[in-house]
Design a protein around this ligand. Sequence first.
Ligand code: SF4
Length: 620
Amino acid sequence: MAQPDFHAQIKDWPTDPGVYLMRDGSQRILYVGKAKNLKNRIRSYFQKTESLTAKTRMLMKRVISIEFQVTQTELEALLLECNLIKKHRPRYNIRLKDDKNYPYVVLDFSHPFPQFRTTRKLSNHPNLRYFGPYSAGVNEIGRFLLKTFQIRDCSDSKFKNRTRPCLNYEIGICTAPCVDYVNEQDYAKQIQEAILFLKGKKRELVGELKQQMQEASDKLEFERAKNLRDKIQAVEKITEKQGAILTEKQEDIDVIGIYPGEGELSIAVLFIRSGLLIGRRVEKVPLTLDSIEETIRTFLEQFYTVSLIPSEVWLAEDFPDRLTVEEFLTHRAEHPVKLKVPRTEKPLRLLGMAYENAKLIYQSDTKKSEKSASEELQEVLGLQETPHSIEGIDCSNIQGTNPAVALVHFSDERPLKSHYRIYYPKTVEGPNDFAMIYETVLRRLSRPDYPPPDLFLIDGGKGQLQSALKAIDELKLNVPVCSLAKSRTESAFTRKEIEKSEERIFVPNRKNPIILKEGNPALRLLQQVRDEAHRFSVKSHQTRRKNKMMNDSLLLEARGIGPKTRERLLKHFGSLAAVSNASVAELEKLGLKAKVAESLLEKLHEMKTQEHSSSGSGEE
Ligand code: SF4
């Protein structure tokens, strides 16, 4: 079936938030996505196809219709997207492989004499209170609760019809509320003690039990004192087994560690309840269409439909939709949830532990060879040494203005943000990527205080690679360099596989590029560096642009231009520099009086002259 003219359709699309559904010729839903601005999001699929992933391009070839549902807010879009993914399980959305629920201990308050049970099913019933999730040993905890806190384990009908206690009473693991051997108030105390235990409040619980033991002893109730002593010992024994207190915080926290594997993310979630690590879960999430950030967002939405939502969730890296997801989790949990990216020592240690868990499970599951991505890269590029440090370069020349070069640094396959830099060209006029690369590599390698990386990665093809090489040769250095380029259909290469390839690695003194299979660890590492450089470049450009607009607006304000006219001027000309090139007549058309326009232009020209005599851009 032929694809309709999506460009024509998009023109009429709303700019509101909402959800979009992509269907194939058989009306099957292939993909569900959410957007802050539906029109812009869908348009992005049809612009710059070379910047789409191979999977997205594959999807777009199959899509025959796209429909949308508008929502009032982004949060509503997120909720709707989540429900639609759950309902339709579209092929191109991420799906958790293991979506069975996790084990919990649940306390059922529907009876005056409540009881505990273990379950994998979560419900919003107000009489149910959940504890967990536990990765293992939930049945052991259940048995411990019954035995230690003497909680009944009979059905309500059995409870109702008892005329004398069952064996549980005889062996001392139930206080027999069925025959009024214990009243509601005292039974509630047993339940409270069990809750203290489940919440990990060992100190409080043991203190309480010790006080009761003392009282029993003072009253010469030796049997009761002995039972309380046994209870204290049991609590101490089982909490020792559960491990050490990991955080001072009493809140429930899920700590998430993410390890990027081959074509998938290995995500470990450590369940910390009242400072105690009570369980761990590792999920494998396939990298589908989306960026890593999108995948993490969708993972969080799906994971927390089957897992109890704690008051805090910690992540190592921030992502664009964090606050919306936080709102989503709060809405779903019906209590405040914080989605945090902590930077203090203890949380960082726990995040490191979660990352290690994700990495170890991934490595043992996939029975990977010991060879790391950098070692693989060393082999692929024929380097003498393993590239432990890699620097990636990306030029930005958005609309030919504000040229800059972003440089990112990876140390042992992980981004080291303190080493990121933005270089503003000093010698290059106008947009010229080759010259900008040459100048940046030259300036970067001329810094004596800053050792060269083990490998330079340039975003681009042969031309960009040559520009970097020229600078390295000029400095008489021996720094390995390669470039990474996405394929283009107008390929000049002769070999079929090169024409079809998605990514090409260019190295010095080799005519044809190196082609690696999608998902190859060496290629993935290069892609990570290149994509990170691009992300950093775009982000820095946006920040510069925003700051510039703000400065320009402040300067106009200082010249006595009102807010509406300021906005009109900057919207029309884009910058103060462009305003200074306008004529009085042009400014008059935008609402300035002739005298004000003349005086403004005069001041701007004066400023320009002063700037020229004292200018000089540098490295951030
Ligand atoms: S003693 Fe009574 S309340 Fe306790 S488990 Fe047996 S029947 Fe249930």
